[in-house]
Design a protein. Structure first.
Length: 432
């Protein structure tokens, strides 16, 4: 390991320990690498600008962020919650089951786990806490676990970023995430049912039959978004990147035009928040280009591929090793950092071993979603704590059974690749 690379790692870790914004820590460490290496400082701007200029797929990220924020600020979350009550509310632990179903539906619109927890998740927690049988810790834990489905079922912001660094088809990745997302939801609902039965949690209050048509009509229009997106992408009407613009326009028309949930001032606030969140993501992506240049210059991806090849691992053993590493890293690092820094180093090894990159991408993203619910730095834990005041220790204590179920889903996806690949192959995508 060269002195320049050691300097890069030292500055990066130091910045993270000092709680500097991760993008600034990454940029500073990359510049420190160039200084010690004696290279032209202009390389930093060159790597960042070339990467962003050629990353057309990145346009989808701010548009999906804007769409998710529009849906959360409008009345869409409440409408989806009422619709899901009609579908599964009368099962044991009804309101918790409703939350999982809402997450599945909302995931087809937003592509963001944080948006799921902050929108439908908050609605679900408020409803559950009206019933004494639901403890705050349990209500929050269900929301935290189910929010991980958001970026698995398309559209998905992490999958867009993975497609950028791996060259994989966004459309194939989106299809590959559908069955895994449904599997995660099914396992979580089984877990809710078992816990609810053990604790004698109630069914949801009955809804009068005369109210069904009104609830179904109010929830119908939001359901058209995932249909429009998927039909448009796979019919060739628009690309996945253009689909993000369609999602934003659809959400704007529904929230501001049809439901009239926005004043001009509120719409400006949503736009400003979307710009801020998009800027944070873009800064991290820009910094990652510089770090990836440093790692490529040092030959790290090639060395890693040679080392793994020397271990004579099978595809399954490699994927299990990746799962173990990412489950640990997910406890401490941001999703964007793992996607943009660590995944590019593993892509050559995956290719060398013949691992399907669509399968690899979905497995990696599921890993990272589990990282959002694991302490000490699980982002969904902190978001839910900040929004509801539920203590972190209660979220962690009540959440471990759901985390175990998510890990079980991950193992099933790893061992049985066809769970991921069946839909892309059926729709004619080349997955090799």
């Amino acid at each position: 390991m060269s002195t320049a690379l050691i300097t890069l790692l030292a500055v990066l870790v130091g910045g993270m320990l000092l709680r500097a914004p991760i993008a600034f820590a990454m940029l500073t460490s990359g510049i420190a690498y160039l200084v010690v290496k004696g290279q032209d400082m202009g390389l930093a701007a060159e790597q960042v600008l070339n990467g962003l200029y050629n990353g057309y797929v990145l346009l989808a990220v701010p548009l999906f962020v804007f769409a998710a924020n529009l849906m959360n600020a409008g009345s869409i979350s409440e409408r989806l919650f009422e619709l899901s009550r009609v579908l599964v509310g009368r099962t044991r632990g009804g309101l918790a089951q409703v939350n999982v179903v809402v997450s599945v539906i909302f995931s087809g619109m937003s592509g963001s786990a944080i948006a799921d927890a902050a929108g439908p998740g908050l609605v679900s927690i408020k409803q559950m806490l009206k019933k004494p049988a639901y403890t705050p810790g349990f209500a929050g834990a269900v929301v935290v676990a189910s929010a991980t489905i958001g970026p698995i079922i398309p559209p998905s912001i992490p999958m867009v970023i993975y497609a950028l660094v791996s060259g994989t088809s966004v459309g194939a990745l989106f299809l590959g995430g559908i069955l895994p997302g449904l599997l995660m939801a099914a396992l979580l609902m089984v877990g809710v049912y078992l816990i609810a039965t053990k604790r004698n949690m109630p069914q949801d209050d009955p809804i009068a039959a005369r109210d069904y048509p009104g609830i179904l009509m109010r929830g119908f229009l939001p359901l058209t978004l995932p249909v429009v997106l998927l039909a448009g992408i796979y019919s060739g009407a628009f690309t996945p990147t253009e689909a993000a613009a369609v999602a934003a326009l659809h959400a704007l028309i529904l929230s501001a035009g049809v439901y009239r949930a926005f004043t001009p001032k509120a719409l400006f606030a949503v736009t400003l928040e979307s710009l801020r969140a998009s800027a944070v993501i873009t800064m991290i992506i820009a910094a990652a280009y510089l770090l990836n240049y440093a790692f490529a210059t040092e030959g790290i991806p090639g060395q890693l591929a040679q080392w793994v090849t020397g271990l004579h691992l099978s595809q399954l053993q490699f994927l299990l090793l990746v799962n173990g590493v990412f489950l640990v890293l997910g406890c401490f690092l941001d999703v964007s950092v793992m996607l943009l820094v660590f995944v590019p180093m593993l892509i050559p090894t995956a290719k060398l071993l013949g691992v399907d990159l669509v399968h690899f991408g979905v497995v990696v993203v599921v890993n990272m979603m589990i990282g959002l619910v694991t302490p000490p730095f699980g982002m969904l834990l902190f978001v839910t704590n900040a929004l509801t005041g539920i203590p972190l220790k209660d979220l962690v204590r009540e959440g471990w059974p759901f985390t175990a179920l998510l890990v079980l889903a991950l193992l099933l996806l790893t061992i049985f690749p066809q769970i991921v690949l069946w839909l892309p192959q059926t729709m004619g995508y080349v997955t090799r």
